[in-house]
Design a protein around this ligand. Structure first.
Ligand SMILES: Nc1ncnc2c1ncn2[C@@H]1O[C@H](COP(=O)(O)OP(=O)(O)OP(=O)(O)O)[C@@H](O)[C@H]1O
Ligand SMILES: [Mg+2]
Length: 459
């Protein structure tokens, strides 16, 4: 494999020597005398592998490595250790170096290691491309839903999309909040502009602020250049603030100001930046409760919640289940090139009856695995995950609010056992516990294993 390799070393002889050796292998080689120069070369693009010394003036190899690991994950780095200490090399490996070479460098070893590192880099790149492609495909697919509840949601989306009003999308995890946010942007006059997404919960507090508002060079250790924040990047477009319930008070105040004044300052900066963004926020938390408990600012809540779109859980719109299941089946059967055409009646019934605590996301995963398991053109109950198989035979169980954990466990065991016709192996499997534990609990809770389920009318 012919590649672009960057060699960073402050000793001219060494970098030139390595460069020559690598050129003989057919690679295009660039050289740099320290980390700063090296980083510049990488920023100019098209570098496939970095080989760097550790101890250098200006920016050290370790710093270079850390920076590259953050900004160019997947770019392999081999470190050179000259001044004897294996510790430095080990530390470098911790920061994600692919491997290390000790000086004086054995050129055969260098050539072999470079080859392996390049293969690894190539693999990482292919995986990333594949992931992006899959994600793009998924996002292109439109929202499925024909229940009265979803019609109401679509109607709201259509009415609010053309405006600049902030929208707060609420609903349990996996109901499709992000898809709704996509739809709002795509139906809005801003659709030619960017849709920038921030997963607020995924970022540490300190990072979130600079991620949202950007920072000036030197604002904090590690801030090597000016960085534009998401509010700036989303100018003339939409900003999706996912999991808004997770952000701290300090950032809440700053977001509030942008919403009110449409301007802000970068972290560590004086200059006021103006931005024209439409805010779409989402949360699976009860923000009213967060406000009552002093964790979320009420004024911010009202700014975000100009229009509220609540996406109901799947169990409250069961009419969407067959449609969604069919759409996912087509998607996955197509991907796998498998001739699966539908669900048999019992499987359809099981899908319909299940409570879907993980909502559409869970349904999607379930159909994906069922397509893999299917042996014929129709998916059967046996192809569904165990949790679903049981629900083909029983229904939801009711555990009254105010029950103790023990009481809830007793009801769950009793009902599962009844739904399985007293079969303890299957019950234990469904509950995810061992048979011995099940026997103990049956004894402890005084459950009569022959008892008919209270909610099982049929038997
Ligand atoms: N109505 C729908 N039609 C098609 N696919 C859907 C629908 N609703 C959800 N999905 C799919 O279900 C998965 C979860 O959706 P999404 O990520 O939008 O949920 P979410 O509400 O943002 O969840 P979380 O709160 O966990 O972030 C995605 O794969 C999405 O494509
Ligand atoms: Mg989401």
């Amino acid at each position: 494999m012919k590649a672009n390799i960057l060699v960073v070393d402050d000793e001219k002889n060494i970098r030139e020597g390595l460069a020559e050796a690598l050129s003989l292998d057919g690679h295009a080689v660039r050289v740099a005398a320290d980390g700063t120069e090296g980083l510049k070369a990488v920023e100019e693009g098209a570098i496939d592998l970095v080989i760097t010394d550790l101890k250098m003036p200006a920016m050290s190899g370790t710093e270079l490595l850390k920076t590259l690991a953050g900004r160019y994950p997947g770019l392999p780095v081999i470190v050179l250790t000259g001044h004897g200490t294996i510790e430095d090399a080990v530390e470098a490996m911790r920061y994600g170096a692919f491997d290390f070479l000790t000086k004086p460098v054995n050129l055969d070893h260098l050539s072999l290691l470079a080859k392996r590192a390049l293969e690894r880099g190539e693999l990482a790149r292919k995986n990333r491309e594949l992931e992006a492609e899959v994600e793009a495909q998924r996002r292109r697919s439109s929202i499925v839903g024909s229940s009265a509840e979803m019609k109401r949601v679509f109607d709201l989306v259509r009415r609010v999309a053309p405006t600049r009003a902030s929208v707060l999308i609420t609903g349990e995890s996996g109901v499709g909040k992000e898809l709704i946010a996509d739809a709002i942007h795509n139906l809005s006059p801003r659709r030619e502009g960017p849709l920038i997404k921030v997963h607020c919960a995924a970022l540490a507090e300190s990072l979130l602020e600079s991620e949202l508002f950007g920072h000036e060079k030197g604002a904090f250790t590690g801030a090597q250049g000016r960085k534009r924040g998401r509010f700036e990047l989303a100018d003339k477009g939409s900003l999706f603030l996912d999991e808004i319930g997770e952000i701290n008070q300090n950032v809440q105040i700053k977001i509030l100001r942008v919403l009110q004044e449409r301007k802000f300052e970068r972290v560590g900066g004086e200059e006021t930046v103006e931005t024209d963004v439409r805010i779409i926020a989402a949360t699976n938390r009860d923000l009213k409760k967060e406000i009552a408990e002093g964790r979320f600012r009420e004024d911010l809540y009202y700014r975000l919640n100009v229009v509220n779109i609540h996406v109901p859980p799947l169990r409250e719109r069961r009419d969407d289940i067959p449609l969604l299941a069919m759409a996912f089946l087509k998607e996955f059967a197509g991907e796998d090139g498998k001739e699966v055409e539908g669900f048999d009646p019992k499987a359809r019934q099981a899908l319909y009856a299940y409570s879907w605590p993980g909502n559409v996301r869970e349904l999607r995963n379930c159909v994906e695995s069922a397509v893999v398991m299917a042996r014929g053109p129709l998916i059967t109950v046996d192809d569904l995950p165990p949790t679903l198989r049981a629900s083909g035979e029983s229904r939801d169980i009711r555990i009254p609010l105010g029950s103790s954990l023990e009481e809830a466990e007793r009801i769950l065991i009793r009902e599962t056992l009844a739904a399985q016709g007293g079969n303890k192996s299957r019950t234990a499997e469904l509950l995810g516990i061992g048979r011995k534990t099940l026997y103990q609990k049956i004894e402890e809770y005084g459950i009569e294993s022959g008892t008919k389920s209270e909610s099982d009318r049929a038997e």
